[in-house]
Structure formats: structure tokens, C-alpha cells
Design a protein around this ligand. Structure first.
Ligand code: CTP
Length: 413
């Protein structure tokens, strides 16, 4: 389906990368209308934007008055993407200002809005910016990034605009999701990352989970209106905005945090990679090499299975979603492993994904299969972790809705 997409470009150095966003959307077959601010045109020229978008580019509020352009562009849009979104634009959007064509376009539109912030780390962390972002997230705006990395000049940190392909994927996923506020009034707990089991003050046993998939689920749930608690175990990426983040490190800490947060939650999504074993003893001081021998034997003890614990305890009305990270190459056997893992853990849904040396961890893409209590494959998802997150939440929403309806039928009062 061809979408009418407005790409707002605002005045930051990352504006040159927005050309890549426009180009990818045009190549994907969409009708793209670029609305740059005056500031943006100091970084990229109008002819470039017109050539790449294949449409005329307007900025002036007082041009095209006869066709009521200041509202027409927004009214016609199916999706608005603002990349880069500067701190100033974010503040203006939060306040609902309409002092330029982009501000008017956003206010006059009912289309989903996706923004890709780009600014220096201090500006991003400033409480004013964070409060503005929280306001926008609350209103259903999808925030993509910022990424962590090298900024203009010599500094680095969170504030870099996400890469164009990530922005485009997130924007199209947002436009495709059927009802964007379908988790309003729900409380969702998500675990993300990988646990670390300490050996001594400087060492741990860990795993390669970056937290990307779990964070994508938390972000997507937030954007769809849920109140989200994110139990974050050693994330390698920035924490999402608008979520109640509880930082943990070991499996035992994760267990305590998730057990507490799960009380009364509508769903618990266990995306974290939890260590099955931990060192039997944690040394108070750094373990020294033993000069007499070539090897070292560690004694490990079992960690509790947190998901199975939640599944076995009374959890009325809380949908339990587990993940299975498997290296099995055969698709059918992979599915069988997922089905038996779901049964063993008492989960309502199990998301099976294949992991390996180059698959699953720290990448931006994922391929998963979701199975339910009837052992049915409810969906197969492939794409960015953002689009996979939305696909998983589509299943969560449908299960929650059918449970709510069944409860209403059983107790009509
Ligand atoms: N999980 C958990 N507690 C553990 C281990 C795993 O709650 N001690 C959860 C994970 O968060 C995930 C699911 O159980 O949702 C499956 O995790 P996975 O590592 O695939 O399975 P394991 O139970 O560890 O089984 P195995 O390693 O034997 O395949």
C-alpha cells in the first residue's frame, strides 16, 4: 500500500542523513512530502530534497494560502516522520506550537507521528527535554533512538540520530500497526538483557544478550499506551523513555524484581536471557591464579527458573510470555523445543528464536515463531526487532482481549 508520508526535517547536523530516510521511503513506493524547517535548509538544500522526494518542498507558512497548505499537508498524511528532531522541535511539539509549516502540519494531522531525536548528550539528558519526550510518548508519538555514539565534534554518548534504515523500519511498522493505543489501561512487565552471575568483585559469568529485543517490546508497549515496567539486566543499549526501569544484574535480583512487578500485571514478557547456573560461592576478593595447576574448576549451582516459578504460582489474569533461545538448525525440531519449553514453564505464549554465533544477539533483525497453549503457531515474524516487537504485542493484545471477553461473559455484572 502506498502511504502519503510527511518527512519533517529540522535544523540539526543530522539533517543530511534525513535524505537517506526520504530516499528509502520513496524507494519503498511511498509518496513522500518533505517539510523542512528554515534551520534544516541551512544543512540540506531544497533542490536535493525535491529531487530525492520527487515532490515540491515547501517551508513557508504564508505560501500556498489559497490551497490552505498549512493544514492540507497534515490532513492528507498517513504518517509523519520527523528526522532529525532537535531539542527545540521536540519542545515545540510538546507545547503544540504552530509557528512554522511543520508545526501546523503536525497539529492538523491525525496520522501517527514518529520522531528521531538528534542532539548533544547534555541536551538529550536535560530534564526539560526528557519531560517533553515523556509528554510526546504519552500522546502516542513513537520515539526512535537516539543512538549512542560519536556526536558532532569530539564528544560521544546518547544523542546521535538513529540510522535511516532503523528509522524507516520503525516508522513503517508504526503505520502498519492496526490500533496504536490498543494497550491503553494495561500494565506490562518486560525483562530484557542478560544476567551476570558474579564470581568475585571483578568477574562474572554472563551471556551475549544485548537487550535489544526486550527494549523494543517495552518501547512498543509504551507507544501502544501500556504502563510498562522494564526489568533491565545489564543492557548494552540506552534505556527506553517513559518506562519504569528497574535495574538488576544477577538472576536472583531479576527474580526479586520481576516477582514484585508481576503482581496484578496484565502480562509479563520474559525476554531476558537468564543464567541457569551461578557460582556456588562468590569470592570477597579477586580470585588469584593457582601457581600449582593449569586449570580451574568452578562449582556452579542452579538458579531458580523464574518463568516456571511465575507459571506455577497463582497468576490469575496475568498473561505469561516466555522466550526460547535455541541453536537447533531444523525448523520443525526448533518448534518442538519451543512447544515443550512452553509446557515446562507453564507460559501462555512462547516466542521461539534461533540463536547462534551470528544470529539473534546484538543484531537489529530477528526471526521468531510464537506458539500458544494449544501448541498452535500463532504467528511467524521476521524483520527489525521493532517490527517483531509489534507483532508479538499484536498476539498479546488478542489474547488479553479474548480473556477479558471471557471474564465478562462469565461475570456479566
Ligand atoms: N528463564 C527464566 N529463568 C531461568 C532461565 C530462563 O525465567 N533460570 C526464562 C527466559 O527468560 C525465557 C525462558 O525462560 O523466557 C526460556 O529461556 P531459555 O534460556 O531459552 O531456556 P532455559 O529454561 O534456560 O532452558 P535450556 O537452557 O535448557 O534450553
Amino acid at each position: 500500500m502506498t502511504l502519503n508520508i510527511v518527512v519533517g526535517i529540522t535544523g540539526g547536523i543530522a539533517a543530511y542523513k534525513a535524505v537517506g530516510v526520504v530516499r528509502a521511503l520513496v524507494l519503498a513506493g511511498h509518496d513522500v512530502h518533505v517539510v523542512p524547517t528554515e534551520g534544516a535548509l541551512r544543512f540540506v538544500g531544497r533542490p536535493t530534497l525535491e529531487a530525492i522526494s520527487r515532490n515540491p518542498v515547501h517551508t513557508d507558512l504564508y505560501e500556498g494560502v489559497a490551497e490552505v497548505r498549512h493544514v492540507a499537508i497534515g490532513q492528507a498524511a498517513d504518517l509523519i516522520v520527523i528526522a532529525p528532531a532537535t531539542a527545540n522541535t521536540i519542545a515545540k511539539l510538546a507545547a503544540g506550537l504552530a509557528d512554522d509549516l511543520l508545526g501546523n502540519t503536525v497539529l492538523a494531522s491525525e496520522a501517527p507521528v514518529v520522531i528521531a531525536p538528534a542532539m548533544h548528550t547534555e541536551m538529550w539528558r536535560n530534564p526539560a527535554t526528557q519531560a517533553n519526550i515523556a509528554t510526546l510518548v504519552e500522546r502516542g508519538v513513537t520515539v526512535v533512538g537516539p543512538a549512542v555514539g560519536q556526536l558532532t565534534g569530539t564528544d560521544s554518548g546518547p544523542g546521535r540520530m538513529e540510522e535511516p534504515d532503523v528509522i524507516v523500519a520503525a516508522a513503517l511498522a508504526r503505520a502498519a500497526s492496526p490500533s496504536t493505543r490498543d494497550l491503553a489501561g494495561r500494565r506490562i512487565v518486560v525483562t530484557a538483557g542478560g544476567t551476570r552471575e558474579p564470581l568475585d568483585p571483578v568477574r562474572f559469568l554472563g551471556n551475549r544478550s544485548s537487550g535489544k529485543q526486550g527494549v523494543a517490546i517495552a518501547e512498543a508497549a509504551r507507544a501502544r499506551g501500556a504502563e510498562v515496567t522494564l526489568v533491565a539486566a545489564n543492557l548494552e543499549i540506552a534505556e527506553p523513555d517513559g518506562c519504569d526501569v528497574r535495574r538488576v544484574s544477577s538472576a536472583l535480583e531479576l527474580q526479586a524484581a520481576v516477582t514484585d512487578a508481576a503482581q496484578g500485571a496484565d502480562a509479563v514478557v520474559m525476554a531476558a536471557a537468564v543464567a541457569d547456573y551461578r557460582p556456588a560461592a562468590v569470592s570477597e576478593s579477586k580470585i588469584k591464579k593457582d601457581a600449582s595447576g593449569d586449570g580451574l574448576t568452578l562449582e556452579l549451582v542452579r538458579n531458580p527458573d523464574i518463568l516456571a516459578g511465575l507459571g506455577a504460582a497463582p497468576h490469575d489474569g496475568t498473561l505469561l510470555v516466555g522466550f526460547a533461545a535455541e541453536t537447533e538448525p531444523d525448523d520443525e525440531r526448533l518448534l518442538e523445543l519451543g512447544r515443550s519449553k512452553r509446557r515446562a514453564k507453564g507460559a501462555d505464549l512462547l516466542v521461539v528464536n534461533r540463536v547462534g554465533w551470528s544470529e539473534g544477539f546484538a543484531t537489529d533483525e530477528n526471526s521468531v515463531v510464537v506458539v500458544d497453549r494449544d501448541d498452535t503457531v500463532v504467528t511467524r515474524l521476521h524483520g527489525t526487532k521493532t517490527s517483531v516487537a509489534d507483532g508479538i504485542l499484536d498476539v498479546v493484545v488478542s489474547k488479553l482481549t479474548s480473556t477479558t471477553e471471557r471474564t465478562k461473559e462469565a461475570d456479566p455484572a
